[in-house]
Design a protein. Structure first.
Lengths: 527, 318
């Protein structure tokens, strides 16, 4: 196959997506370098690192979440462990989004047709997408390696670590390119590849906890088994690169042979009439937010269920090794409560992500042009906003409560004893004001400065970083205070005070009111 | 509609987006029961005017009235009586066409069920297909059917037929006429002159945010010239110098006289008398098309159209 128009295609993709791509690269490198810097500043002596390593390896729970890090008894090992959870999702997402946005999404929008009408061969857009994504991945990996080396991690190990993460991203880029050929819409590409990612995460977790070959079934496992700070298995990179390359090759071949706009998987027909419920503002809002609620709920349930199931080994570990409790910021006296508190924080961050995405879909309705016809009917702006607010908040409460109940049940099953359901649910509920605050912040941006909505995601990223890594990295007090989750009181381990929660609620309410005023006054649509 | 109060009225309407002056003193009056053609090149401010009239955006200055009320303050209440088709039709991709129809219907305050079924049939729409699988034309049909089946006193249609094939365009015109006969008022923004010409009772032509001219087609034509093409047996006498005649040309063809000229509408009668005297063989009298009116309006006003104004229709953006 000759690659007619490859240069032109690469140019088009670079011009249209350079900003998003650069943001991805900078954010990822900054996350890793920030973590490395904090870890290097914190664990200054071999003794301190050793204490950390002993603490973390003592139980299965952390291995399930962050992965089983070989050679954790080193600076690099600590960094790999600290970034384990975040990078297990961010790097695959990098590969998926870089490819999906230039392949099926362009085809779906009809822009690909215009290009293929010119001197561009049919398989070239996906080829160019893969090349562009690979370059971005390599640049990210180089940034990783340089950043780690700068903080004193041995160069060869830094390179292997960066390469293993890059290879992980490449597998998912290849997967996304193939899915872009067989599904009709870019949404399908995301849904299916995220599903594969979730399964990969579970397989890696199960394999690490049970110490079996199951880990080898997961692309996340291959990255882990590269053991950059342990045995240094360079050859594991071959597995990931071979699979990614195979998927990518199949995608390019299919793209060269299939019709434009075709796919293997197509949606069927549906009902010719809308139900009475769907015709109500509440019904339509529910339809709009349902996918986000279900998606984030699934994520929260995976975390809650998995953590709950591992409660007993975790508690045993902490009881036998008080240093572990200290290392992850909890007192050894109440290991069970401490473990529940950590899990609830994860759930809270997931719920926050949902809140931002749900508010973002209001912005999506506007930019897609669906808000305009909606507001040119008998529905007033305030009612539209109120109905969506109600649905989004209901979704938030459902996510928090259902995952709290699942966490309680899984924990009780694992420990073989009764768990105080209400203390677990109460802990989840205590985070609601902070989740509402972030959602209200997003809503205020939507109401006042809709074009600046990406700032809401930036705020979420900052809060998530502080909440996950802040205490472990011993960030300054005022930095920790920036995250609303800091003020909740770490339930059920710590005690929740009413005043901070009231203040959080008040701020959320003020932001909500500002959003309403702004939305009432501004023109719709603002593209 | 018993009242003679205008359905839509704007006076000296202005709207600025930052440094851009989108509307610059726009006047528009739509009377009850009429189909009002709303014409202008790209970027003239048609969609902006419509959004101000619907209370979606707020006027920077001037006066706007919808059903005698303030659309910015009373948007939801005033919307009970109208249905709107936006310039860029966007629907919920996960819903079927039929579900979108019902949702849009509920948004507008109800669809006439008989009309809904008849229109689905007439526009040949498959209501069980998901919107994400529809072509642009089919999405357009959904929005159109929802508006045309609405129990509304006013239809606001922003370039409603971009993307429709000629058959559907025909069906659209038939239905709009039916709705007008039932007493519905229509504001029709369009690029398609034929459509406006065959539907509109009155026309407003705008440019750069200002109303250039407004009136019935007859009124607009009164100031323009009619083309006459006649073949007569004898040579008419003194026609070339008759009052109101211009662009005169004649030649002998197969023993007949072939004459072409243009004439002021008010002098047509006298000239036809002279042609009659020379024994008419064939006679074609063509009033100026809206195309000509439109281009002519722009020729006179502040220079010819610039490149951007002559670009593609607005529906093709992005």
């Amino acid at each position: 196959m000759s690659a007619t128009g490859l240069r032109a295609m690469l140019g088009v993709q670079w011009r249209t997506h350079r900003r998003g791509t650069l943001v991805w690269i900078v954010a990822l490198v900054a996350t890793l370098v920030g973590t490395a810097g904090a870890v290097a500043g914190l664990y200054t002596t071999p003794e301190k690192i050793h204490t950390y390593a002993q603490a973390v390896t003592a139980g299965n729970a952390l291995a399930a979440i962050n992965g089983k890090v070989e050679g954790i008894d080193s600076l690099g090992g600590v960094i790999q462990d600290e970034s384990g959870f975040l990078f297990a999702f961010l790097l695959p997402l990098l590969g998926i989004s870089l490819v999906a946005q230039v392949t099926r999404r362009e085809e779906e929008a009809g822009r690909l047709e215009a290009l293929l009408g010119g001197r561009v061969a049919r398989h070239v857009p996906v080829l160019a997408g893969l090349i562009g994504a690979s370059v971005a991945i390599v640049v990210t990996a180089v940034g990783f390696a340089l950043g780690l080396t700068a903080f004193g991690v041995p160069a060869a190990r830094s390179v292997l670590y960066a390469a293993s993460l890059g290879a992980l991203a490449f597998v998912f880029a290849g997967l996304a390119s193939l899915l872009a050929q067989v599904t009709l819409h870019s949404r399908g590409v995301y849904v299916w590849s995220l599903l594969v990612l979730a399964v990969s995460y579970l397989l890696r977790g199960v394999g690490d906890v049970t110490k079996t070959w199951v880990t080898w079934l997961s692309p996340l496992g291959w990255a882990e088994k590269a053991a950059p700070f342990g045995a240094m298995r360079w050859w594991t990179l071959v597995i990931a690169l071979a699979l990614g390359g195979l998927l990518a090759t199949v995608a390019v071949v299919i793209a060269g042979r299939r019709d434009l706009g075709s796919s293997l998987v197509r949606g069927g027909a549906g009902s010719a009439r809308a139900s009475a419920w769907l015709r109500t503002p509440l019904g339509l809002a529910t339809m709009i937010h349902r996918p986000a609620v279900l998606g984030w709920l699934a994520g929260a349930l995976v975390i809650a269920g998995m953590m709950g199931a591992l409660a007993q080994p975790f508690v045993n570990a902490v009881t036998g090794n008080p240093a572990m409790g200290e290392a992850i910021g909890m007192s050894g006296a109440q290991p069970e409560a401490g473990f529940l508190a950590v899990t609830q924080l994860y759930v809270a961050i997931i719920a926050m992500g949902y809140a931002v995405q749900a508010v973002g879909s209001l912005r999506g309705e506007e930019t897609a042009g669906r808000l305009e016809p909606r507001l040119s009917g008998t529905l007033s702006r305030m009612r539209w906003l109120a109905v969506h607010g109600l649905v989004v908040i209901t979704g938030l409460v459902v996510i928090v409560l259902v995952s709290s109940v699942v966490l309680a049940i899984a924990t009780a099953w694992s420990m073989g004893t009764a768990v105080h359901l209400w203390s677990v649910v109460g802990a989840g509920a205590a985070y609601l004001p902070s989740e509402l605050l972030i959602g209200a912040l997003a809503l205020a941006i939507f109401g006042l400065r809709p074009r600046a909505f990406p700032a809401a995601w930036a705020a979420f990223a900052v809060v998530a970083f502080i909440a996950f890594l802040g205490p472990g990295l011993k960030l300054a007090g005022w930095v920790l205070d920036l995250a609303p989750t800091t003020h909740v009181g770490d339930p059920p381990l710590g005690t929740v005070k009413a005043l901070p929660l009231v203040v959080l609620c008040a701020i959320a309410a003020a932001l909500g009111a500002a959003a309403a005023v702004g939305f009432r006054r501004r023109g719709v649509p603002q593209g | 509609m018993s009242t003679t109060h205008p359905v839509i009225r704007t006076e000296g309407l202005t709207k600025t987006f930052g440094p851009v002056r989108a509307l610059d003193g726009l006047d528009l009056e739509v009377a009850p029961g009429e189909v009002h053609g709303f014409l202008g090149p790209n970027g003239a401010g048609k969609s902006t005017t419509i959004r101000v009239v619907l209370g979606l955006i707020r006027a920077s200055g001037g006066h706007v009235e919808l059903f005698g009320g303030d659309p910015w303050r009373q948007a939801a209440r005033l919307h009970e009586r109208l249905a709107y088709v936006a310039g860029d039709v966007a629907l919920w991709p996960g819903l079927t066409g039929g579900q979108c129809l019902d949702v849009l219907g509920a948004t507008q305050g109800g669809l006439d069920e008989t009309r809904r079924a008849a229109l689905i049939d007439r526009f040949d729409l498959d209501p069980t297909k998901r919107v994400r699988d529809y072509s642009k034309g089919n999405r357009q049909k959904v929005a159109l059917i929802a508006a045309l089946a609405a129990e509304a006193d006013l239809l606001v249609l922003d370039e409603p037929t971009s993307g429709l094939d000629p058959l559907m365009e025909q069906a659209f015109q038939v239905v709009v006429r039916e709705r007008r006969e039932q007493g519905c008022t229509v504001l029709l923004s369009s690029h398609i002159m034929d459509e406006v010409e065959s539907l509109a009772d009155r026309v407003s032509i705008i440019r750069r945010g200002r109303t250039v001219t407004t009136g019935t087609l007859a009124e607009l034509r009164r100031h323009t010239r009619t083309h006459v093409h006649a073949v007569t047996v004898d040579v008419p006498v003194g026609l070339a110098d008759a009052l109101g005649v211009a662009d005169y040309g004649s030649e002998r063809l197969d023993g007949h006289t072939d004459i072409r000229f243009t004439i002021d509408a008010e002098h047509l009668d006298a000239v036809v008398g002279q042609l009659h005297a020379a024994q008419i063989h064939t006679l074609t009298v063509t009033p100026p098309s809206l195309d000509e009116l439109f281009l002519r309006t722009y020729d006179g006003e502040s220079g010819p159209l610039d490149r951007s104004e002559l670009a593609q229709p607005e529906g093709v953006r992005r």
